[in-house]
Design a protein around this ligand. Structure first.
Ligand SMILES: *Cc1c(COP(=O)(O)O)cnc(C)c1O
Length: 373
């Protein structure tokens, strides 16, 4: 059977040329401005606002702190309805602020919040809905918006997977009250570590700026409980150099994704998670579902077997949030999440990945399936 010589991981960060980074860094050395909302950070915010097709962008030291500040900026409290099929950052930012995450089961097609199940979870304590655009597929934005309006709730989206995604030509960050993006090195667009908040309401801009900077409003006034969420100039130039290439990177990833689609086609029990209709996808992830019965092997066994071939896949998202020590709840309440979480597997997809390796990965999956029959 084919084997892969060098360990293959699910992702690898994009990087600008080293020389271009040094050239930009020279400007920072010359100016002596390293941080505190410097010129490169402001330039990055303007560039992102344009690229993401949004009205306002505030960048942060990472996405998690950005999300924490979004919750603070909207004065949320009590309970917030969110998904159990996400990364730990999503529910944890609520808990950090003494807010109870109320988990709502997901739907089978998109792995996103099931809007049919939200209303039953709303109580007198509920202040918001926090949705995640899982693997870049948008939440049911219209339905969530209707529910939020009906009950006077705020809406926040975690778009850590959805950089550059558009819905009918609209930027994904233009929906809800605030949207968070992660610019972590493993995400499509990155600033080493980083994040961003996008929002329509211009009144939020000063508040978010102040929360990001310790709650300092001006030299004489500290008006809020803030935090240090600032971005430094080196992070900003990494972003400014990566951004112009993103469209080309998305096209390159689409080719890799298509190659997976062609080569996985016809393998019994393996289904590729597809972008929904009507969006511009970003191909940040390549996710399959493994049907134990049909494939003849469980997701966990496939994950282990692939390691033997030097392929290190990831179980995103497993375990589901309601199984974390802090949140323990019965799984019976989340049958869809329970199932999806036990069947998903992220395969390697990144810029620079040799498409021959994609074929090899698929061949190995195929041979493993036949070996079990
Ligand atoms: C990566 C990620 C985050 C956290 O972003 P950081 O920038 O690493 O803090 C939050 N939510 C989801 C769904 C993510 O994938």
């Amino acid at each position: 059977m084919k084997s892969i010589n060098k360990a293959l991981y699910v992702t690898r960060p994009i990087l600008p040329s080293f020389d271009s980074f040094c050239e930009q860094a020279k400007e920072i050395w010359d100016s002596g401005v390293l941080t505190n909302n410097g010129p490169k950070v402001q330039e990055l915010e303007r560039a992102l606002t344009q690229y993401l097709k949004v009205s306002n962008t505030s960048v942060f030291c990472n996405g998690t702190i950005g999300l924490l500040c979004a919750i603070k900026a909207l004065d949320l409290s009590g309970e917030v309805i969110t998904t159990p099929f996400t990364f730990p950052a999503t529910p944890h930012v609520l808990s950090w602020q003494g807010i109870k995450p109320v988990f709502c089961d997901i739907e089978e097609d998109t792995f996103n919040l099931d809007p049919q199940k939200i209303e039953a979870l709303i109580s007198s304590e509920t202040t918001a809905i926090l949705g995640v655009h899982v693997f870049g597929n948008p939440c049911h934005i219209v339905e969530i918006d209707e529910i939020a309006k009906k009950y006077g709730l705020k809406v926040i989206y975690d778009a850590a997977h959805a950089f550059g995604v558009e819905v009918s030509g609209r930027g994904i960050g233009s929906f809800g009250d605030i949207t968070m993006f992660s610019f972590h090195a493993t995400k499509l667009f990155h600033t080493l570590e980083g994040g961003g908040l996008t929002f329509d309401n211009a009144l939020l801009e000063e508040k978010i700026y102040s929360i990001r900077n310790f709650g300092i409003e001006n030299e004489d006034l500290v008006s809020m409980v803030g935090i240090n969420g600032k971005v430094n100039e080196l992070q900003a130039i990494m972003g400014l150099l990566n951004l112009p290439d993103i469209d080309a990177k998305i096209i390159e990833r689409k080719h890799l994704f298509d190659k997976y689609q062609d080569n996985l086609d016809g393998i019994n029990g393996i289904s590729l998670h597809m972008p929904v209709e009507g969006i511009r996808p970003n191909y940040q992830y390549c996710v399959i579902r493994v049907d134990h019965e049909l494939f003849g092997m469980s997701r966990d066994d496939l994950y282990e077997e692939m390691k033997q071939y030097n392929i290190f896949t990831r179980k995103y998202f497993y375990p589901p949030c309601y199984q974390y020590t802090h949140y323990r709840e019965e799984k019976a309440k989340f049958p869809v999440t329970e199932k999806v979480s036990s069947e998903v597997l992220c395969l390697p997809i990144y810029n620079g990945l040799d498409s021959v390796l994609v074929k090899n990965v698929c061949d190995i999956i195929k041979e493993l399936s036949m070996a079990r029959v």
